[in-house]
Unconditional design. Structure first.
Length: 192
């Protein structure tokens, strides 16, 4: 199974983006293992802290480096993405020339109770991800309108069309990671 580090851009315990990411985790069971990072544990980026890096920063970099792919679930704040995501992206991209993001396949999703489905925020985020060295999956896009009852507290999808779409998205993400991710390690078999 492939390991996917997950960044949820909302720190709220009732985040609809966390709920959507957890739903995708459930749909991907047996193919992908999701590793959710606590973005609230990261200090604000400060280059001076590299003299004695905070444990949360070292943990983030290690988890990103161990990942086969990245999933970013972003809310939309004022037509952009939240600062906690930019902060995490910056921490894992440093120190200079030691970016943990390089060449990792990534996907961006977003959920909101509003009609726009985080389209503007995702567009802004997608425009900078290649700068970090991430390979961004372009299609299908998930601008998710989280209507009450569409996904239950048990992460069951109550609409067949939505379930079909999200299952298809997971299939595409798995294939994207397989195609663009780290090469599989080949273990030598001892000749007998």
């Amino acid at each position: 199974m492939k390991n996917v580090v997950v960044l949820v851009g909302s720190l709220s315990a009732t985040s609809v983006n966390r709920k959507l990411a957890r739903t995708l985790e459930k749909l991907a069971a047996g193919r992908l293992v999701f590793d959710f990072v606590d973005l609230g544990a990261l200090p604000h980026y400060d280059n001076d802290l590299w003299a004695n890096p905070p444990a949360a920063v070292l943990d983030l970099k290690a988890r990103v480096e161990a990942a086969d792919g990245v999933l970013i679930a972003t809310p939309e704040y004022n037509r952009s993405f939240p600062g906690v995501l930019k902060n995490a992206m910056d921490w894992a991209s440093r120190p200079y020339a030691q970016s943990s993001w390089m060449h990792l396949p990534a996907a961006v999703i977003g959920a909101t109770p509003g009609a726009t489905g985080t389209a503007a925020g995702q567009g802004h985020l997608r425009s900078i991800l290649p700068v970090y060295g991430l390979l961004v999956m372009g299609q299908p896009e998930v601008y998710f309108n989280m209507k009450p009852g569409l996904i239950t507290d048990e992460l069951e999808i109550t609409d067949d069309t939505t379930a079909g779409f999200l299952n298809g998205w997971v299939d595409t993400f798995v294939a994207f990671i397989d195609r663009h991710g780290k090469p599989a390690k080949i273990e030598a078999v001892a000749a007998e």
